[in-house]
Design a protein around this ligand. Structure first.
Ligand code: MG
Ligand code: MG
Length: 376
């Protein structure tokens, strides 16, 4: 598996979650209200109309994970599996759900149908917000990409403007994963505008609603007028409106483009750890199953499923030195590669699960004299 692509794919999925968590605070606010309350909203602080906890994500990330988990379980594309996961997600009473999404899932529950009829009111951004797993899983096969994009979209949204937005942004994410530059991505955005002038984004009017045209204009405006992941995401969530979703879509694109190292640590540290872990274990699987990996040896998940000490420390809310000590004490599995230490993600997850997911209390801190539960 190409390590560079893997890093960008992780950044794309994590970027989506970060944009969602960040934007949930300012969803449905106006830029003036945001300014009055926060001056600049640039921290993951929770709140908003949904009253989310700091780092908590919403439907945008949860539905993307539902797609990724269905692919993981089936070892490949499964529209039926995705629909079933959506239904299970709805039954779990999610914190938020769009009305078009609800209609689509209820339709599947009632009729078993995997496609909504076309509807002129279904031009929301709900299919676009879950494009990351599709872009990663179909990398390397354009026909598969198009088929999977439209199939997943039509489970809930069947509208030509939603379709072309999903295809364009999805293709841009794929190009960014493969290292495309800004000019290439801009040309792809202009191509969408050439075919569908509604999407014109050069004279941005500040509309950031859930209408897919407004959403795409907002995402393109902030992506192309900023120079880092943090600047792009901060700009877009301070625009308010459907801020968690514009944040999520900008996050998937900017994450893929700027790469993992561009994700601000102070945001990553705040992200819901369970969500973070799910993303980290699913992204290598999606890539492993993708056509881009065809002909190459499968089951690279273990090789790909390693993170360095700094990242492991973030996830354990500990220090790199402590993580290394945990490896030495065989509490975590890890190995040294070219002078750098890496931790296996699965062993990290097991460790967190065994410790009841409360790392702060259980992971040995530097002040510990190694009589704590984890050090024995
Ligand atoms: Mg949401
Ligand atoms: Mg939203």
């Amino acid at each position: 598996m190409d390590t560079e692509i893997l890093q960008r794919a992780r950044a794309s999925f994590l970027g989506l979650a970060l944009g969602d968590a960040l934007g949930a605070t300012t969803e449905f606010m106006t830029p003036t209200e945001i300014k009055a309350q926060y001056r600049v909203h640039n921290k993951i602080r929770g709140g908003g109309w949904l009253g989310v906890k700091p780092g908590q994500v919403t439907d945008d990330t949860e539905m993307s994970l539902a797609i990724a988990q269905a692919i993981d379980t089936a070892d490949g594309w499964t529209l039926q599996g995705i629909a079933e996961n959506f239904l299970a997600w709805m039954r779990g009473k999610p914190i938020d759900m769009g009305s078009t999404v609800r209609k689509g899932i209820v339709n599947f529950r009632r009729t078993g149908s995997l496609e909504m009829p076309t509807n002129e009111w279904d031009a929301g951004n709900g299919a676009l917000m879950r494009m990351t797993p599709v872009a990663i899983f179909t990398l390397g096969d354009e026909q598969l990409f198009k088929r999977c994009t439209l199939e997943q979209a039509h489970l809930t949204h069947n509208h030509p403007l939603s379709d072309v937005a999903c295809l364009c942004v999805g293709a841009m994410v794929q190009a960014a994963l493969q290292g495309a530059d800004r000019f290439t991505l801009h040309a792809m955005a202009r191509e969408l505008v050439a075919g569908y002038p509604n999407f014109q984004f050069t004279n941005y009017q500040g509309l950031a609603s859930g209408y897919v045209v407004d959403t795409v204009q907002t995402v393109f405006h902030y992506f192309f007028t900023t120079a880092s992941f943090e600047e792009c995401l901060t700009g877009i969530v301070n625009q308010g409106g459907d801020a968690d979703t514009t944040g999520a879509i900008a996050g998937m694109l900017a994450g893929a483009f700027y790469g993992f190292k561009s994700l601000p640590l102070h945001w990553l540290r705040k992200l819901d750890r369970k969500i973070n872990n799910q993303i980290e274990s699913l992204v290598p699987r999606l890539l492993d199953l993708s056509p881009s990996n065809q002909g190459k040896e499968r089951n690279h998940t273990m090789e790909a499923g390693k993170i360095d000490l700094d990242e492991a420390a973030i996830r354990l809310e500990s220090t790199p030195l402590n993580v290394l000590m945990h490896i030495k004490r065989k509490l975590l599995r890890g190995e040294e590669i070219d002078g750098r230490w890496f931790v296996e993600v699965t062993s990290l997850e097991n460790f967190l699960t065994e410790r009841g997911n409360s790392p702060k209390e259980n992971v040995c801190q530097s002040s510990c004299s190694h009589k704590c539960p984890s050090c024995g």
